[in-house]
Design a protein around this ligand. Structure first.
Ligand code: SF4
Length: 232
């Protein structure tokens, strides 16, 4: 990407300077790691043999929780199924539910700008949510809904085999990492997800950044950490 375009995308994120991170920071050297168990007693029937087509068919027909009653579309996930980066959000919003695609609308545009700022186009990553159906009125996902739906995400991660998962937003991060810790304590370090111990970095949800543009600087730090981890 040429310097002018990179500057444009950085400006969209509210970042005015470009600093290449050539050496690990003390913070990244002091990386703490957390491992998440893949075992869930509430997991749907074994999904480990399902290929993409079978998994998508299963999810699109899913009625495992009450969210199937109010959804317009199942939001399965989009992008490169062999991507190095996997972006994981919370759940579909109204626009995503209407269009059947994650991270569309203004938040999606900002996510695209965030990715472009580190040299990634949307089509080069795989994007999915913890929940595949929209919770009414955008309420937080309930534990029983996550328990039913997250096995689908785990299978997606197993199929993609990303080098890095970027968890965007508190809800996604807390559910992936099985913690109630605030986002501020989850950012700035590397976690690991699943049996594969896929490196996982946490950042803000772009919808939050639209409401709190002062935090874009911190999001940029998260992206630089993610880029560094993905490149290891
Ligand atoms: Fe099934 Fe997940 Fe939709 Fe619930 S949210 S109905 S578990 S696909």
């Amino acid at each position: 990407m040429d310097a002018q375009r990179r500057r444009h995308y950085l400006q969209a994120m509210g970042i005015v300077e470009w600093q290449r991170r050539d050496t690990p920071s003390p913070k990244s050297e002091a990386t703490e790691q957390a491992t998440v168990s893949r075992d869930s007693p509430d997991a749907p029937n074994d999904l480990s043999r399902l290929d993409w087509e079978a998994l998508e068919t299963r999810v699109r027909a899913c009625t495992a929780c009450d969210l199937h009653r109010t959804r317009t579309n199942v939001v399965f996930g989009v992008g490169d199924r062999n991507a190095d980066w996997m972006i994981v959000g919370e759940a579909p919003g109204a626009e995503e539910d209407r269009r059947g695609e994650p991270f569309v609308g203004r938040a999606g545009q900002l996510l695209d700008a965030m990715l472009l700022a580190i040299g990634l186009q949307r089509r080069q990553v795989y994007i999915a949510n913890v929940l595949k159906c929209r919770p009414p009125n955008n309420r937080d996902p309930r534990p029983e809904e996550v328990a039913q739906c997250e096995p689908y995400l785990r299978r997606q991660v197993a199929l993609v085999e990303p080098r890095l998962i970027l968890a965007v937003g508190r809800i996604a991060a807390q559910n992936l990492l099985k913690t109630n810790a605030p986002l501020s304590r989850l950012r700035g370090r590397v976690h690991h997800y699943g049996d594969s111990e896929t490196p996982l970095v946490v950042t803000y949800h772009p919808a939050y950044l639209l409401r709190s543009p002062m935090e874009k600087r911190k999001a940029w730090e998260d992206l630089k950490l993610a880029r560094e981890v993905a490149g290891r």
